[in-house]
Structures are given as C-alpha cells and as structure tokens.
Design a protein around this ligand. Structure first.
Ligand code: SF4
Length: 284
C-alpha cells in the first residue's frame, strides 16, 4: 500500500482498509485545521489506486469496510469514483461498505442521479464536517460554505439512500458566539437528520491562523465547563429521529454517547453529573 503524508480517518474507521484516492484536501483553508497543510492537493492516478486495492485484497477475508482518503474523496468525478467502486466490488465481493469524507460543496456538485449511482455501486456513508450551523462562525473560520448549503448537501445524500455522519466542534464560536454557535448547529442538525453526530472539541493545529489567535489571546479554547454547557444546550435542542450521538473523539474531554431521541434524558443527566464533578475539581 502506498501512503503519502499523515493519514486521517474517523475513529469509527479504525478497522477499515484505508486507501488514498486524493492526497490532501482540495480546500485546505479552514482556519483551525492543519490536517493536510503539509500536502499539495492532487488526485491520485486511477492505476495507482487500483494497484493499492489489488494489494489490499490479499487480506480481503479480514476486511469489512474500505475508507477512501484523504480529505474529500467526493471531489473526484463521478465516473472515476464509480470505476473505483466497481474495482472494489470485483476485488472484495463480501465487503460491507465503502465510506468517505465529503465536503458539502463536492456533494452539491453531483446530481441526484449521480449520488444514486454511487450508492448503488457501494458508497454506504459520507462523513460531513458541519463544524457549526452558524453562518457567522462558518465565515469566521473560513469554511467556504453556508448552513443552507450544508443542509442541502445532507438532504441530497439522504435522498439518494447514502447515510451521513456529521461532525461538529465545541468551542468553535469562542466564548462570544458560543450560544449562537450551538443553537444554529442544533437547528442545522435537525434539518440534516444525520445517522451519526460526532462532537469534537476545538484543538487548533500549530500551523493555523486559529492557533495564532489563541497564542495572541484574541481567541480562547473552550474550558471543560464550556464544553459541557455547549453539549447540554445542543442535546436539549436536538430533535433527531434516528441518530447515534457520541463525544468519544480523542479531542474531547468528556465521553457522552447514546441514541437519540430515546437516550436524550439519560444523556442530559450524565452531563449534569459530569458538570458537578468538574465544578468540584475547579473548586479544589
Ligand atoms: S476542516 Fe475539512 S475542509 Fe476544512 S481544511 Fe480541514 S479537511 Fe479541508
């Protein structure tokens, strides 16, 4: 297998075969993210990708899922993605799923028919980085997308039968925009109706504008109390019909998880208990 630079994947893809179809992220300008700043974006050649898939198929009996890296595999033309998915189907006939990171911009470039073709060819779920539902926060962090576009992209994949896992970032609005950030995020998620929500905590990479702001003192990372306050406000305002919520990402201080809507009250009680513990610790 050939890998260029550091490879990132969602926590839930820990057991998946990782295959790079792009190197880096085609946008690469969000102010908090340095995942791919060491890479110059390019789409790998189809022959290189097929060679990796062929090599990986030696272990096909142990592989249940394939995750296509890097930052936004949906940037590929649909014809190329279909060729990759068809190759996967030939080489891994018993595979459960193929998943990718996808930007809303890339999803919206594809027609309903194209998304249906991708679903039919094996694309089971996309990971979308919403980060915030607030247009002000999205603009501030240079995400190059609006809340309305995020919602439209999520609804487009769902309409094609592709599942969506959405990540959001606690603390991204700083202290000043904390409430707006969370209420707008809850509203966006309610319209997106994702299958999974992953709540991360802001950790600006060393090589980012956000890190410089934190160093200068013009932006403050969220405290454990702020994360809990945001998580509680978010969950109180979520009206999700079939979602698994988790904050178990490595960036987070607190592991709260459960099914929504059925576990909502238990999760809120858990957050209250954790908040009491944090307050006691801060008082020592
Ligand atoms: S957050 Fe996502 S879209 Fe933004 S630069 Fe990082 S990988 Fe690219």
């Amino acid at each position: 297998m050939h890998y260029e630079g550091t490879i990132f994947r969602p926590p839930s893809e820990a057991d998946s075969l990782l295959v790079q179809v792009t190197v880096g992220c085609s946008w690469n300008k969000c102010t908090f993210c340095d995942m791919y700043t060491d890479k110059k974006f390019r789409i790998r050649g189809i022959d290189e990708i097929k060679a990796d898939l062929k090599e990986g198929s030696r272990w096909r009996n142990q592989i249940r899922r394939i995750f296509l890296c890097d930052g936004d595999a949906m940037v590929l033309k649909t014809s190329m993605l279909l060729e990759i998915l068809e190759t996967i189907r030939e080489l891994y006939p018993d595979l459960d799923a193929v998943r990718v990171y996808a930007t809303a911009t890339d999803i919206l470039r594809k027609s309903h028919e194209e998304l249906c073709q991708l679903k039919e060819a094996g694309l089971e779920m996309v990971y979308i980085g919403l980060e915030s539902g607030s247009d002000k926060v999205l603009k501030e962090v240079n995400k190059d997308i609006t809340k309305a576009e995020m919602i439209a992209a999520a609804q487009a994949v769902t309409k094609a039968g592709i599942r969506q896992s959405v990540s959001i970032i606690s603390g991204l609005g700083g202290q000043d925009m904390s409430r707006e950030h969370i209420l707008e995020t809850a509203d966006a998620l309610n319209q997106m109706q994702p299958d999974y929500v992953g709540m991360l905590v802001l950790h600006a990479g060393n090589d980012t504008d956000m890190f410089r702001k934190i160093s200068e003192g013009t932006f403050r990372l969220p405290s454990a109390t702020q994360v809990l306050t945001e998580m509680k406000l978010l969950i109180e305002n979520l009206e999700l019909e079939h979602c698994y919520f988790t904050s178990a990402h490595a960036s987070n201080y607190i592991d709260v998880r459960g099914r929504l809507p059925q576990d909502k009250q238990a999760m809120l009680r858990n957050i209250d208990r954790l908040t009491e513990l944090v307050k006691k610790r801060e008082a020592i």
